[in-house]
Design a protein around this ligand. Structure first.
Ligand SMILES: [Zn+2]
Length: 187
């Protein structure tokens, strides 16, 4: 048996060796260590010297939670990147609808704009009538019922029941349809 190395006072990672503990079941030396987090823990001498054990377990937990955080950030960034058009980052607000921070957007609320409105508008060559339609309460319907699917072919304008004085809904729809727009009457 090799001579026992006195580890008292040695520091391994976050651990400082306090005193000898009972040998393990294979009769190998074990040391009681003080971890910098405040816990104490018993560690086999070999695990200290090989660097296998560097804390009471708190270091591993911290590394794990940092890793999870980084992984989550990475995922968020990847998703955001996919949705970036220009400088706008499109995100799901939690209700399934995607919006982006775009204070000066004519279809926004001064802060954010919904991606379905933006896409519908762009698809229709940024037409003025889309702005008017939204102003008087038109909504955008997601054809496949998936609120995050904002491909233009999944979007249809639902004309509101209300409209400005002097406009008849039928007139509006007739004009829009004649211009090649897809417009559905209100449900
Ligand atoms: Zn610890």
């Amino acid at each position: 048996m090799p001579p026992l190395i006195n580890e008292t006072g040695n520091v391994y990672g976050r651990l400082m060796v306090i005193e000898r503990a009972s040998n393990d079941k294979h009769n190998k030396p074990v040391w009681l260590c003080q971890c910098s987090c405040g816990n104490t823990t018993e560690v086999k001498a070999m695990n200290l010297r090989t660097g296998h054990t560097r804390s009471c377990g708190c270091l591993e937990r911290e590394i794990h939670s940092e890793t999870v955080k980084v992984a989550q950030m990475f995922k968020v960034e990847k998703a955001a990147e996919k949705r970036t058009r220009g400088d706008v980052v499109w995100i799901d607000g939690g209700h399934g609808y995607i919006s982006g921070y775009w204070p000066e957007h004519p279809l926004g609320n001064g802060q954010r704009v919904y991606e379905h409105w933006h896409n519908f508008w762009i698809f229709n060559d940024a037409a003025e009538w889309v702005l008017s339609a939204k102003e008087i309460g038109a909504t955008i319907h997601h054809i496949n019922a998936r609120r995050g699917d904002n491909r233009p072919e999944n979007l249809e304008l639902r004309w509101p029941g209300l409209h400005p004085a002097g406009w008849s809904t039928d007139d509006i729809i007739r004009v829009l349809v004649s211009q090649g727009y897809r417009v559905l009457p209100p449900e």
